[in-house]
Design a protein around this ligand. Sequence first.
Ligand SMILES: *[C@@H]1O[C@H](CO)[C@@H](O)[C@H](O)[C@H]1NC(C)=O
Ligand SMILES: *[C@@H]1O[C@H](CO)[C@@H](O)[C@H](O)[C@H]1NC(C)=O
Ligand SMILES: *[C@@H]1O[C@H](CO)[C@@H](O)[C@H](O)[C@H]1NC(C)=O
Ligand SMILES: *[C@@H]1O[C@H](CO)[C@@H](O)[C@H](O)[C@H]1NC(C)=O
Ligand SMILES: *[C@@H]1O[C@H](CO)[C@@H](O)[C@H](O)[C@H]1NC(C)=O
Length: 453
Amino acid sequence: MVPGSIALLLLTLLATAAAAAMDPDERETLFRVMEAVSSDRDWRVESPDPCGSPWPGLECKPAGGVGAARMHVTRLDFGVEPNPACKDTAAFPPEVFSLPRLQSLFFVDCFTNPAATTTLALPAPGNLSASGLQQLSIRANPALSGTMPPALASLRSLQVLTVSQNGLVRGEIPPGVGDLTSLVRLDLSYNSLSGPVPTRIGQLRSLVGLDLSYNSLSGAIPGRIGELRQLQKLDLSSNNLTGGIPDTVANLTSLTFLALSNNGLSGRFPPGISGLRSLQYLIMDNNPMGVPLPSELGSLARLQELRLAGSGYSGPIPEAFGQLASLTTLSLQDNNLTGPIPAALSRLGRMYHLNLSNNALGGAVPFDGAFLRRLGGNLDLSGNSGLCLDDRSVLRGVGVGACRGGGDGGISSSAQGSSGNGVMRTSGSLLNLLGPACVAVSCLFAMSEHAPY
Ligand SMILES: *[C@@H]1O[C@H](CO)[C@@H](O)[C@H](O)[C@H]1NC(C)=O
Ligand SMILES: *[C@@H]1O[C@H](CO)[C@@H](O)[C@H](O)[C@H]1NC(C)=O
Ligand SMILES: *[C@@H]1O[C@H](CO)[C@@H](O)[C@H](O)[C@H]1NC(C)=O
Ligand SMILES: *[C@@H]1O[C@H](CO)[C@@H](O)[C@H](O)[C@H]1NC(C)=O
Ligand SMILES: *[C@@H]1O[C@H](CO)[C@@H](O)[C@H](O)[C@H]1NC(C)=O
C-alpha cells in the first residue's frame, strides 16, 4: 500500500470516529427528552452513545464538514412498538425542539393517563425559527390538553403536521398555520377545536391533504380554500360549519375526495362543480341544503361514491345521475325527493349500494331481476309510499314464483296509493306477509329463494 493511501485511510477512520460522537449538549438534550417521556430503561447508562447504536424510534445522520462531521438526531418516535413506550407520567418535552437537526417527531398513543394531562408546550417562537422539522405527528393522545400553540407557525420547514385524535386539545386553529407554506398534509381531525377555519389557510399552496373533520369548527368555509390548487383530499365533515359551499371550490380540480357531512351547510352547489373532473368521493350527508339535486353532478365521470342523505333535497333524482358509470354507492335516503327512479340508474354496472329510502319517490321501480339480485341487501327503497314493483318485469327477470302464492300477484305499477305499512306498495303479494321487518326490495328475493315451488 502506498503511503498516500494509508494517510487517506487514516483520515477516513478519524472522520468516522468523529462522526460517531455526538455533540455533548445535543446528547444531554436527548437524554432529558427520553427521561421526560419514557421510563423504558435508564437511557444514560444503557445507551451512553445513542447515535452509535440507536434504539428503534431513534434515527441519526452525520452532518457538518469533513473531519468536523458529527452524528445528529434526525428522527424521534414515541409510543407504539417497537418505539419506546411512554411512561404514565409522560410530559410533552419542549426541549425536543432544541435538537438542531431533528426532521421528524412522533408522539402516537403516548400521553394517555387521564390523571397526568400535559399540554402541547412549545418554546418561544425565537427558539423555533431555526428548526428544520419537516414532520410533526401528535396522534391518539387522550391526555394531551390545552390549545394549539401559535408558536407552531414558526416551524416553517413543516411538510406534514398531524395533531389528531387528542380529544382534549381545544381552542382555535392558530391563523399562523397559514404561514407554514411548505405543508403538504395538514390533519387536525378528531380534536375539540372551535372557532373558524382560518382564512389564511388559502396560503398553503402545496397542500395535498387537508383534514379538519370531527371538531367543532364554526362559521363559513373560507372562499380562499379555492386557492389550494394541489388539494386532492378535503375533509371538513362533522363540524358546525354554516353558509354555502364557496363557489371557489369549483377551482379545486385535483380533488379526488371531498367530505362535508354533518355540518350546517345550506344552499346550492357551486356553479362549475362539474369541473371537479378527478372527484371520486363526494360525501355530504346531513346538511340542511334544502335545494333540488343539481344535474351537473352527473358530469363527474370518476365519481365512485355519492352520498347526499339527510339534506332536505327536493325534486326529482336527475336523469343525468345515470351517466355516473363508475358509481358504486349512491346514498340519497332521508330527503324529500319526488318523481320516479330514473331508469338509467339500472344501467350503472358497478353499483352495489343504493339507498333511496325515506323519500317521496313514486312510480314503478325500473330495476330488473339481475340488478336486484346483484345489489341484494344493499338496495333500500323502503319508506317511499308511492313506489311499486312491476310484477311482470320481476317475474321475467328473476322468476319470483313465490309471489303467486299471494293470490292475484296484484302488484300495481301505478305511482299513487298507500301501502298502509310504509313499505313498497305490494297489496296481495307475498311481501305483505313478510311484515314490517322486511322493508327492502331485496327481502322479496331473499325469501323467494327459499320458497318451495
Ligand atoms: C430559548 O432560547 C433562549 C436564548 O437562546 C435560551 O436561553 C432558552 O434556553 C431557550 N429555550 C428552550 C426551551 O430551548
Ligand atoms: C353549533 O352552532 C350552533 C349555533 O352557533 C350552536 O348553538 C351549537 O351549540 C353548535 N354545536 C356544536 C356541536 O358546536
Ligand atoms: C376560482 O373561482 C372563482 C369563483 O368561482 C372564479 O371567479 C375564478 O375565476 C376561479 N379562478 C380560476 C383560476 O379558475
Ligand atoms: C321535507 O319533508 C318533511 C316531511 O314531509 C317536511 O317536514 C320538510 O319541511 C320537508 N323539507 C323540505 C326542505 O321540503
Ligand atoms: C338506508 O338508509 C336508512 C336510513 O338512514 C338506513 O336505516 C338503512 O339501513 C340504509 N339501508 C341500507 C341497505 O344501507
